[in-house]
Every structure is written in structure tokens, then in C-alpha cells.
Design a binder for this molecule. Structure first.
Ligand code: ATP
Length: 344
């Protein structure tokens, strides 16, 4: 648990963070969001003492962060930033091992932790351990940056726009990876972004800031459906609210049994292993073939957002998607009627 109490930062007579109080429970993924200059990074950097606070308190568990010895601060609070900050003349392994080395862990423990972290980020340890930062793609370097922040298994991971500098496709891959890593490690995360879609995808709780003030701190669904003031709905944007809501809904919540009966308006064909091979019917328009071979592109998985599932339905002009498990077997379906028939 980490708690900010009346956190305030002033530069001269300018207050850039004003009396912010909030509590991040253990294991939570908390996102600080707001317009440029609203004080997100300053708030984050006060937590790990990169910026001294003017007033207020920060508690980690029941300890005052400003009184923690530097060595404990490094071990207990990890930090990952957009520009990554990998040391260019150090290998990936040495970069990841910065904090364990400072903490004087035994060599064997450090080596196995490095391999474990590379594995967590799906980077082959044999291939990447001895590479240098200039030999990595932007996405790989960003993964190494986050792995480094997690190296000493911190209680809290602070992330400042960590995916801001990568292309949109890589960004999406990294966001999915971050969700998985967070689920696997259970680390408490405080994540700064100015991208609402990113916040909605990752956050269990969102803190919306405006001009240094905390406007609303709530679960994403509350921000969408019960904004505390008009600034909240203006910031989120009303135009695609329905789609934003679907970005917080998951395929498994809408999944129903796969239709197999050839009497039904649509039904699936599967191979001997249970992989879907063909959809008969299920296409809302009549100018396309009534049967269509299933390709990976228009399948859904239980953990996919309904926004993505809906997008696939629109793109492939089908009113139904097969839901498949890790082995590619048909385990259910989601339909356009299923999306329209429920409150989002
Ligand atoms: N050292 C400083 N001296 C004076 N003002 C500062 C200093 N550092 C930051 N500020 C001001 O504090 C405000 C908050 O800055 P901060 O970097 O926290 O905003 P942010 O919400 O993270 O913005 P962005 O999304 O653009 O990164 C800004 O108006 C900035 O100009």
C-alpha cells in the first residue's frame, strides 16, 4: 500500500501539485492522467524522492518515504521512464542487474534473476543477455527498462510514460505485455500517461489531475459513467464513449456457447482437434459469401477487449467471432447482437 497525504509542490509562488491525497492498495494498477503540465511527473518523482516535496507525506506501508534510507528506497520502489536510460556500454544483463549489484546480491542470484526477468518479457536469455542497448529495437529496449525496474522485486513500480516513444503497434504489444506481467507479479504500479485509451486498458484505478489538483480518483468505469465534474467527461471525450466502455469489457464477459447446429442462422465447422475452420452464415450483409474460412485474424480470445472484438467484426464483416483457447480450439463465440443487447 502507498498513500499520498496532502502532497504539495511549489516552485517560487507557483503551486504545481496542490494538496493531493490518494491511496494505492497493494497489487493495484493506478494511473495518473491529465493534460500536459498538470503535475503527473512531479507527483511521481516526489514518490521516489527525485523531487523533494514542499508539503505533505508519502507512506509506503506505514513508513514515511522521506525517511527511508537510500538503499531501501532503491530496493522498494522501481522506476521506469520513457527514455529508458539504459547504460549504452553495458550489456542487457548488466543493465538489468544495476540494483541487485548495488544491493550486493551474490553473482549466481543476480544471473538467475536476470534470466528470469528476460523470460518474463519473452526475451530469449541466451540471445539477449550479452547484447548492448544499440543492438535492441525500441520495444526490446523498453522491455529491458521495465525488467531493470523490477529487478529487485520492488513493492511499488513507478512508470512515467514508459511507452510514449514507441510506434503504436509496439505500444499495444507492450501494453498487453504489461497487463500480463502485472497479473503475474502482482506488483503495485503507479503509471503516468496522457493517453486515456492506455489508461482505460491498464488501470484498476485512475487519478485524473488538472492544474495540480486531483479531480477524480476512481475505477475506470466510474470515470466513464459517473464523472465528478464536466472536466472529467470533457477530458475523456464524449464522442466515442461507447467504444471506450467496450475497451473495459472483456470477451469472456460476453462469450456464449458456440453454435454448432446447422439448423441455426449461423454455425461453426471445426477440424478433428476442435479448431474452428469455417463459419456458415453469420454475415450481416448479403453481398459477401455466406460461408467463410476462419483465419487467425478474426478470432477472439477470452482476454481480448470487446472493443477489439467489435473492431474485428466490423473489419471482417462478420456478426460473430469464434472464441478460441490457447491451443486454438473453439470454446465459444461472441456476437454483434450480444454486444448490442447489453448495457456496455
Ligand atoms: N524545476 C521546475 N521549476 C519550475 N516549474 C517547474 C519545474 N518542474 C516542473 N515545473 C512545472 O510544473 C508543472 C507540472 O510539471 P509536470 O512535469 O509534473 O507535468 P506533467 O503533467 O507530467 O506534464 P507532461 O504530460 O507534459 O509531461 C508544469 O507547469 C511545469 O512547467
Amino acid at each position: 500500500m502507498i498513500e499520498l497525504q496532502g502532497l504539495t509542490k511549489t516552485y517560487g509562488d507557483k503551486t504545481v501539485v496542490s494538496d493531493i491525497s490518494l491511496r494505492v492498495e497493494r497489487g493495484e494498477f493506478s494511473v495518473l492522467i491529465g493534460p500536459s503540465g498538470c503535475g503527473k511527473s512531479t507527483t511521481l518523482r516526489m514518490i521516489n524522492r527525485l523531487i523533494p516535496l514542499t508539503q505533505g507525506r508519502i507512506l509506503l506501508g506505514d513508513e514515511d518515504v522521506t525517511r527511508l534510507p537510500a538503499e531501501q528506497l532503491r530496493r522498494r520502489i522501481g522506476y521506469a521512464i520513457q527514455s529508458i536510460g539504459l547504460f549504452p556500454h553495458w550489456t542487457v544483463a548488466d543493465n538489468i542487474a544495476v540494483v541487485p549489484n548495488l544491493l550486493k546480491w551474490p553473482r549466481a542470484r543476480i544471473a538467475s534473476r536476470v534470466d528470469e526477468l528476460l523470460d518474463l518479457f519473452h526475451l530469449d536469455a541466451g540471445e539477449f543477455r550479452d547484447k548492448y542497448p544499440h543492438q535492441l529495437s525500441g520495444g526490446q529496449a523498453q522491455r529491458v527498462g521495465v525488467a531493470r525496474a523490477l529487478a529487485a522485486d520492488p513493492e511499488v513500480l513507478l512508470m512515467d510514460e514508459p511507452f510514449g516513444a514507441v510506434d503504436p503497434l509496439t505500444r499495444e504489444v507492450l501494453q498487453n505485455e504489461m497487463r500480463r506481467v502485472h497479473e503475474q507479479t502482482g506488483t503495485t504500479v503507479i503509471f503516468v500517461t496522457h493517453d486515456m485509451d492506455e489508461a482505460l486498458k491498464l488501470a484498476s484505478r485512475i487519478a485524473l489531475l488538472d492544474a495540480g489538483r486531483l479531480v477524480q480518483y476512481d475505477r475506470p468505469i466510474e470515470l466513464l459513467t459517473a464523472p465528478a465534474e464536466s472536466f472529467v467527461s470533457d477530458f475523456i471525450g464524449k464522442a466515442d464513449l461507447g467504444l471506450k466502455l467496450l475497451s473495459r469489457r472483456w470477451v469472456h464477459q460476453y462469450q456464449q456457447a458456440a453454435t454448432m447446429s446447422s439448423e441455426a442462422p449461423h454455425h461453426w465447422e471445426t477440424d478433428a482437434q476442435g479448431h474452428p475452420t469455417c463459419l456458415h452464415g453469420g454475415r450481416p450483409t448479403t453481398d459477401v459469401a455466406p460461408s467463410v474460412a476462419v483465419t487467425d485474424d478474426w478470432t477472439a480470445t477470452p482476454g481480448m477487449t470487446m472493443k477489439e472484438a467489435l473492431s474485428r467484426m466490423v473489419w471482417y464483416r462478420v456478426g460473430v467471432l469464434p472464441v478460441i483457447d490457447d491451443a486454438g480450439r473453439l470454446v465459444g463465440e461472441v456476437t454483434l447482437e450480444g454486444v448490442m443487447g447489453r448495457q456496455p
